[in-house]
Write a protein that binds this ligand. Structure first.
Ligand code: NAD
Length: 500
C-alpha cells in the first residue's frame, strides 16, 4: 500500500464547482512498495492457465456493465460531458474493449511454430514462438476518457499476464477510485493491480520504480518527459499523446451531412478529445464550409451537462481554459477570423464558446497546434496535393479523415495522410474500436493500445529452439578440415542466394 500524504486531491464539477472527488495522494517514496506488491502477485498470475486468468476479467466486465449508468453520471459530473456522450464514447467502448480482451486475448497470444524453411538444410531446428508477459506495467492516465483510456489497457495487461500499477489523472480522482474499487470487487489477486493517486510528482516517482514498461496518455510535453525517464531506465514505453487532426474535404463532399459529422467531430467532449477534428482543409472555397460550421456551432447548447438538452459541457478547469484561449488569440493574431465563438463564457463554470475560425494563412493554423478545447479551423486549398501537404505538415499525427462522395478517390487521398487512424467519411468513432490498434505517428507518440497489436505491447516474443538430446549434431563449422563444409556452403548458396 502507498503511504498517503495529508493534503487531499479534490476534484470539482467543472460546470458547478461542487466537489465530486476526494483522494489522498500517495507519497512519492511509497510508490515502489506498490510496485513490489504487484511484482509478487504477478509471478503467480503469469503462471495461471488462461481459463483462470479470464475468470476475474469476466467478473470485472460484469461489474462495469452493472454500473454503466452510474459511470456515465460520474464522468458527467467529474469531467463535464453529457451523460449520453459519456455512455456512448467512454462507458460502452470500455465494455467492448474488455469484452474483446476476454474473448480474444488467448487466441492472440497463442504459441506459434516457426519452421526452419530452406534453412533445414543447415540443420536449423524448428522454433516455438511464445509471448512472455513483461512483468509489471506502470500506467499514467489522463482525465478526458477516464474509464476507456484506463480500463482497456489495464484489462489487456492483466490478460497478458502482467501486473499493473496505475496513476489516474489528478483531475479525475473519483473515476480512479471507482475503477480501482471495481478491480478489487472483481477479485484479482491482492496487489496485482495497484493504484496510486497523485499529480506529476507521483507519476515521476512511478517511473523511478523497477516497472518493466510504461503506458502514458497525455500531452506531448509531459509525454516527452516520461519518455526521457523511461529511456534513462532503459524500459520501453507506449506514448499516447495529443493530436491536431485534419479533415480533408474533397470537392464532391455533400455539404449538409458532412458539416453535421464535422461539427460533432470537432465539439465532442467540448473539443477535449485527442482525436477531435481541429482542422477542416477544404479543397476549393472554404467560405461556405466555414459559414455552415459557424452557423451550426452557434446553435449548440452550451451549459451544465446535467441539464436536459445540453450539447456541450464545460472545459475541465479554468487553467485549461486560459491556456486554450491564449492559443485562440494567437491564431487570430496570425490571421484567423473567428466566425463563431472565440471567447470564454462569463459566469460560474469553465465554459467556452464553440469556436469556428476561418484560417487564411498557414501561420494561423500552426498557431493553433496543441489547442485542446472547442475549436475548429477551416482553410481552403487549390488542390488535393496542397491539402494533403497541409494535413501532413503538423507535428502531431494522431488521426485524420477524408470526406467525399467518391469513396475510392477519398480512399486514395486517405492513404497519403500520415496518421495512426484515417477515416473516410468518418472521424472520432474509430478510436472506440475494440479490435483496431490505436496510436499516433510523429509527435503524437508511438506504440498502440487495443486489439491484438495493443495486447502485444504487454508481452515480449520469446523463441524456444529445441533438438533431441544426443544424436547427430550438425558440424557445419568444424574445427578441423573445413573443405567439405565449404563445398556444401557453395552448393547451399547456389540454391538459395542470388549470384552476384
Ligand atoms: P498531461 O500531460 O498534463 O498529464 C497526463 C498525466 O501525466 C497525468 O496523470 C499527470 O499527473 C501525469 N504527469 C504530469 N507530469 C508528469 C511527470 N513529470 N512524470 C510522469 N507523469 C506526469 O495531460 P492531461 O492534461 O492529463 O491530458 C490532456 C492531453 O492528453 C491532451 O493533450 C490530449 O490530446 C492528450 N490525450 C491523448 C490521448 C491519446 O490516446 N493519444 C487520449 C486522451 C488525451
Amino acid at each position: 500500500m502507498a503511504t498517503a500524504l495529508d493534503s487531499p486531491l479534490v476534484t470539482r464539477n467543472p460546470a458547478t464547482g461542487v466537489e465530486v472527488g476526494r483522494a489522498s495522494p500517495a507519497a512519492p517514496e511509497s510508490v515502489a512498495a506498490v510496485v513490489a506488491e504487484a511484482r509478487r502477485a504477478q509471478a503467480a498470475w503469469a503462471g495461471l492457465p488462461w481459463h483462470e486468468r479470464r475468470r476475474p476479467l469476466d467478473r470485472w466486465l460484469r461489474i462495469l456493465a452493472r454500473d454503466a449508468d452510474a459511470w456515465a453520471d460520474l464522468i458527467r459530473d467529474e469531467v463535464g460531458k453529457p451523460a449520453a456522450e459519456a455512455m456512448a464514447g467512454d462507458v460502452i467502448p470500455s465494455l467492448d474493449s474488455l469484452r474483446w480482451t476476454y474473448g480474444r486475448a488467448w487466441a492472440s497470444l497463442i504459441d506459434e511454430r516457426i519452421g526452419p524453411g530452406w534453412q533445414r538444410m543447415l540443420l536449423m531446428p524448428a522454433g516455438r514462438l511464445r509471448w512472455r508477459p513483461l512483468g509489471v506495467v506502470g500506467m499514467i492516465g489522463t482525465w478526458n476518457y477516464p474509464l476507456f483510456l484506463n480500463a482497456g489497457p489495464i484489462a489487456q495487461a492483466l490478460a497478458a499476464g502482467c501486473g499493473v500499477v496505475w496513476k489516474p489523472s489528478e483531475l479525475a480522482v473519483a473515476c480512479g477510485e471507482r475503477l480501482q474499487a471495481s478491480l478489487e470487487e472483481a477479485g484479482f489477486p491482492a496487489g496485482l493491480v495497484g493504484m496510486v493517486q497523485g499529480g506529476g510528482d507521483v507519476g515521476a516517482a512511478l517511473l523511478e520504480t523497477p516497472i518493466d514498461k510504461v503506458v502514458f496518455t497525455g500531452g506531448v510535453a509531459t509525454g516527452r518527459q516520461v519518455l526521457r525517464a523511461a529511456a534513462a531506465r532503459g524500459i520501453p514505453a507506449v506514448a499516447e499523446l495529443s493530436g491536431f487532426d485534419p479533415a480533408i474535404v474533397l470537392p464532391d463532399a455533400p455539404l449538409e451531412p458532412t458539416v453535421r459529422a464535422l461539427l460533432w467531430g470537432a465539439f465532442v467532449g467540448c473539443g477535449q478529445t485527442c482525436v477531435a477534428v481541429k482542422r477542416v482543409l477544404v479543397v476549393g472555397d472554404p467560405k461556405p464550409w466555414a459559414a455552415a460550421l459557424a452557423d451550426a456551432a452557434r446553435r449548440l447548447v452550451v451549459g451544465d451537462p446535467s441539464r436536459p438538452g445540453v450539447d456541450v459541457g464545460p472545459m475541465i478547469d479554468a487553467h485549461a481554459r486560459d491556456r486554450f484561449h491564449s492559443l485562440i488569440r494567437s491564431a487570430v493574431e496570425a490571421g484567423a477570423e473567428a466566425l463563431a465563438g472565440g471567447g470564454p463564457i462569463e459566469g460560474p463554470g469553465s465554459f467556452y464558446e464553440p469556436t469556428v475560425l476561418l484560417g487564411r494563412t498557414a501561420e494561423s493554423e500552426r498557431a493553433l497546434e496543441g489547442a485542446f478545447g472547442p475549436v475548429v479551423l477551416v482553410r481552403g486549398f487549390a488542390s488535393v496535393d496542397e491539402a494533403v501537404a497541409a494535413a501532413n505538415s503538423a507535428e502531431m499525427a494522431l488521426a485524420a479523415s477524408v470526406w467525399g462522395a467518391d469513396r475510392s478517390a477519398a480512399r486514395a487521398v486517405a492513404r497519403r495522410v500520415t496518421a495512426g487512424t484515417v477515416g473516410v467519411n468518418e472521424a472520432v468513432t474509430p478510436a472506440a474500436s475494440a479490435a483496431a490498434p490505436f496510436g499516433g505517428f510523429k509527435a503524437s507518440g508511438h506504440g498502440r493500445t487495443h486489439g491484438a497489436i495493443g495486447l502485444r505491447e504487454f508481452v515480449a516474443p520469446q523463441v524456444l529452439f529445441e533438438r533431441r538430446a544426443g544424436g547427430f549434431r550438425p558440424q557445419l563449422f568444424p574445427y578441423g578440415d573445413g573443405r567439405l563444409v565449404a563445398r556444401f556452403l557453395r552448393f547451399y548458396r547456389s540454391l538459395f542466394h542470388p549470384r552476384a
